[in-house]
Design a binder for this molecule. Sequence first.
Ligand code: 5GP
Length: 200
Amino acid sequence: MARVFVITGPSGVGKGTLIRGLMERHRELQLSVSATTRAPRPGERDGVDYHFLDREEFERRVDAGEFVEHADYAGRSYGTLRSELEGRVRAGAPVVLEIEVQGARQVRSSVPDAVQVFIAPPSLQALRTRLIGRGTDDPEEVERRLRVAAEELEAQPEFAHVVVNDRLQDALEQLTAVVADELEGRGTTLEAQPGKATTK
Ligand code: 5GP
């Protein structure tokens, strides 16, 4: 049975970097390309980093039932297209979704055996420093993302796996261990341990 891995946690926590490291170690993993209504950042490519859609097209696809999950985040819409997920799962490939917390909750209902990992920052202050340091968002957007982050952090206990990204290398080891255990059938699931937050 192909697995679905949901990697969630606040913006700026390092989900993207961790997933890149994870995918180098587990080459069989495939990354689902999300759809969004936000504008591309310099260097981002349509169909590679995101499917960039205007609001009308995004809404049309919502109405047509084309999303597995979708959510509004900091004033923009983001979502996972069924077409990204289902073909890969049918083909037996393990798929990684990099999504925010509301989307992760929706996947929990629609794909209950998905493996959900919450990436947490060592502190909100550390997150602020990273969001400013990566330079992709203007100061207003950084503040908007930090406000959302404070709420997202409260969701941590819902997740079977929590990895604190303090030192990147340690976090990558922990995330890789969770994924390896699941791929080899040794992992635990939220159903088995309701509400238990574990770092393996
Ligand atoms: P960014 O604008 O920084 O690329 O992404 C903002 C937030 O949206 C991040 O937390 C990112 O993980 C999340 N995100 C990206 N794609 C999706 C998606 O398909 N669904 C949901 N729910 N969130 C997403």
